[in-house]
Design a binder for this molecule. Structure first.
Ligand code: FAD
Length: 182
């Protein structure tokens, strides 16, 4: 059984249809490339499609960690009340193009709806399940394409500039704890 089938065997939703031989994957970022890689390894003919250069969008601007610990959603309860200070503070982490938000209003509304506590927990739970397999899959790729010597396995360190900012982050620690993440 291939890794792909192994990973999917418990899934109620995804069933590999063996009559399908050709698969197109749209988007050649890290997600599309990894999906295409494992599909190809499992014997499918795969075409990877992108309107830009492969790996040139979000996957170009990452911080070089393989973030298998990242099960805390960007959304969190109370985010809406923090938005003004995020926007107005000199060192605020948020910059928003209001025309873009207006154009994508349904997305923005659904983003805010997903800040409800029960939604955040649901998303964190799904992320945890997705991330469970990610390190194993990455290790397999690193081995196959012979890049293991470039990968460094280090602990992840979070730094806070005040007790308050640490306390504000407590919800994230709680989510990690609830999902048995260190
Ligand atoms: C500043 C920053 C730092 C980050 N740091 C890390 C980190 O250290 N570790 C980590 O694990 N994650 C990190 N992330 C998150 C990570 O970069 C993203 O989760 C990841 O790159 C998303 O990959 P993707 O393949 O889904 O998207 P993308 O890399 O954006 O790929 C999507 C691709 O789909 C293509 N596409 C979209 N629509 C179409 C269409 N209609 N037709 C054809 N092609 C289309 C796009 O051109 C693009 O190439 C970071 C994110 C940011 C913004």
């Amino acid at each position: 059984m291939s890794y792909l089938e192994e990973g999917l065997k418990d899934s109620e939703v995804l069933k590999l249809d063996r009559t399908v031989k050709n698969i197109a994957v749209i988007g050649a970022g890290i997600v599309g490339i990894c999906s295409a890689y494992f599909l190809k390894k499992s014997g499918f003919n795969v075409t990877l499609i992108d309107r830009e250069q492969p790996g040139s969008m979000t996957s170009f601007g990452h911080a070089c960690t393989f973030a298998d610990y990242a099960n805390v959603p960007v959304n969190y309860p109370g985010l809406i009340w923090d938005i003004p200070s995020m926007l107005l503070r000199k060192d605020g982490p948020l910059a928003v193009d209001f025309f873009y938000i207006l154009k994508n209003l349904p997305w923005a509304i659904s983003f805010l709806k997903n800040c409800k506590k029960e939604k955040v927990n649901e998303i964190a739970n799904s992320l945890t399940n997705l991330l469970k397999h990610s390190q194993i899959s990455y290790d397999e790729i690193f081995q196959d394409v012979n890049v293991k010597e470039y990968i460094s396995y280090e602990e992840n360190l979070y730094l806070f500039d005040s007790k308050k900012s640490y306390e504000n982050y407590e919800y994230a620690n709680m989510i990690r704890k609830n999902n048995k993440f260190k």
